[in-house]
Design a protein around this ligand. Structure first.
Ligand SMILES: C[S@@+](CC[C@H](N)C(=O)[O-])C[C@H]1O[C@@H](n2cnc3c(N)ncnc32)[C@H](O)[C@@H]1O
Length: 494
């Protein structure tokens, strides 16, 4: 009850006592006159007073009931919010898909400790290092709350619908995780104990299959990712066995509830993996040429470069066609997860099939049929062009993106206004010999200057010397990681 209501209650009581006394005395005198009892005995007077106070007490009780009912129907904001760190409201966060976006974030990232036995809320989308800002922009555009860049990923919060949209739409994310436990652990046994502190019945049942994908580094006491993953699985299964006598079984390939364990410098974060298979696997590239570019990285480079999606784009060293295919999906507003059959969240007990179908169908309805400008690719290798064409057909853009077998020296811009030339030439790490490559990088620059005047020229490579061999003035360079390899996207004046 609020202080104002309490005050009102007291005033009401103070007011009603004299009024009631007056009324009862008045009624009493008239009753006595009526029955001819001029002088009532002390006993009768006491009886009347008792009845009066009983009536007052009843009125107060009724008033209190009304106040309590009103209070329950309109709780203060803090109780309407989802579970918070240290708020002791875990039971209100039964949904495994996250908390209300109205909740305040934990003080410092995933700072809720497992020791406090509070589940963490919110999400962490992982990405290649260097793409954090691009991913953060993507999440903001999707309507995510509290978007914050981290190292190799972005934290954010949102409703279940946002989690579905994130998996469907994010072009630069590798996976979207929902952290449920964070703890300092120095050994596999400490990891086991920490995992036991979570009530796993909130996230799965013994009928669900599970798997734990672990990544452990810089932790002296835990040296094997596989063993760490087994200890996590044991802790979850043991809890179920002790409570219910049955335990979930393991499906390493397609678990209904997949976990992601990340241990670094004695610090563990255990998350539900809402994606399971990496989101960079778009499904259009079963066949690979040598050294293909990761799809999420290719899309991220286009976004980081600020390609506007409405002007032409060409990759004259296209390999399997990753840049042109990702560019066409961007220009068509086609979500990268549109035809993907399985996301990790689909096996969760909280999975809302109707909501997911509505989100996916809505996205499908919004895909454009035509490209606003030409998107083309070419390569000197015949097999590369065949792969690129097959991949484009699988991606549903075979009729929209043109691929030609031609040397970069002979490649020409498509008709229309100047656009963006982007390429990822061999850089000596996996294919090609560095010495020979200097000639190729020089040729790319010369061809751009001669035939692609007015076009933006973007080149992605891990080799700074090769990039500087391009006979064009460097305008900008952005740094990214392609796996463990530090690479740069170079832009030249043309
Ligand atoms: C690193 S791969 C590009 C990979 C591509 N981005 C992908 O995602 O598959 C480099 C490509 O440059 C092509 N290439 C090398 N020399 C070329 C030349 N002179 N003209 C055109 N393409 C060339 C190779 O055939 C190879 O496919």
């Amino acid at each position: 009850m609020g202080p104002l209501l309490l005050l009102g209650c007291c005033l009401f009581t103070l007011l009603i006592v004299p009024v009631s006394l007056f009324l009862v005395t008045f009624a009493f005198r008239h009753s006595c006159k009526l029955v001819g009892l001029e002088r009532p005995s002390v006993l009768v007077a006491a009886g009347i007073l008792f009845v009066n106070f009983l009536a007052l007490g009843l009125m107060d009780a009724v008033l209190l009931e009304v106040v309590t009912a009103v209070g329950a129907a309109c709780p203060p904001p803090s109780t309407r919010r989802c579970c918070g760190c240290g708020s002791g409201r875990r039971s209100r966060c039964g949904s495994s898909t996250g908390c209300s976006s109205t909740r305040s974030p934990p003080p410092s990232g995933w700072s809720c400790s497992s020791r406090s036995r509070e589940p963490m809320t919110g999400y962490f989308a992982t990405c290649a290092r260097g793409l954090e800002q691009v991913l953060a922009d993507e999440l903001t555009a999707l309507g995510a709350a509290d978007v914050a860049r981290g190292r190799g990923g972005v934290t954010f919060r949102g409703e279940p619908a946002l989690l579905y949209r994130a998996n469907l739409w994010l072009r630069t994310a590798v996976r979207v995780l929902r952290p449920v436990l964070e703890a300092d652990v120095r050994s596999p046994d400490e990891l086991y104990d920490a995992v036991r502190t979570v009530d796993w019945a909130e996230h799965l049942t013994p009928d669900h299959t599970l798997a734990v994908d672990a990544n452990v580094r810089d932790t002296a006491g835990i040296t094997h990712s596989q063993y760490a993953s087994r200890r996590v699985k044991d802790a979850i299964c043991d809890q179920f066995r002790e409570k219910l006598g049955v335990r979930p079984s393991v499906d390493p390939d397609r678990p209904m509830v997949g976990f992601n364990l990340h241990v670094s410098r004695d610090h563990a974060v255990l998350s539900l993996d809402s994606s399971w298979d990496s989101l960079h696997k778009r499904g259009y590239r079963p066949i690979q040429t040598r050294a293909p570019l990761n799809e999420a990285l290719a899309a991220g480079l286009l976004l980081a470069a600020g390609w506007d999606r409405t002007t032409p784009l060409a990759d004259p060293l296209c390999g399997s066609g990753t840049f042109p295919i990702e560019a066409s999906w961007l220009a068509l507003s086609r979500p990268p997860g549109l035809t993907r059959r399985w996301f990790g969240f689909m096996g969760w007990p909280s999975f809302d099939r109707g909501l997911w179908a509505a989100i996916r169908d809505d996205a499908r309805d919004g895909v454009r049929k035509e490209l606003p400008a030409a998107v083309v690719g070419s390569d000197v290798r015949r097999d590369a062009i065949e792969f690129a064409r097959t991949n484009a057909r699988t991606a549903g853009v075979g009729h929209l993106v043109r691929f030609d077998r031609v040397d970069v020296l002979d490649a020409r811009p498509p008709a229309g206004p100047p656009g963006t030339l982007v390429c990822n030439p061999p850089y000596g790490e996996r294919i090609g010999d560095e010495e020979e490559l200097f000639g190729l990088y020089r040729a790319i620059g010369e061809a751009a200057e001669k035939h692609w005047k007015g076009w933006r020229v973007l080149l992605f490579t891990s080799n700074d010397q090769l990039a500087r061999a391009v006979p064009l003035q460097v305008k900008k360079q952005l740094q990214f990681f392609n796996g463990k390899l530090m690479c740069k996207l170079w832009e030249y004046w043309n």
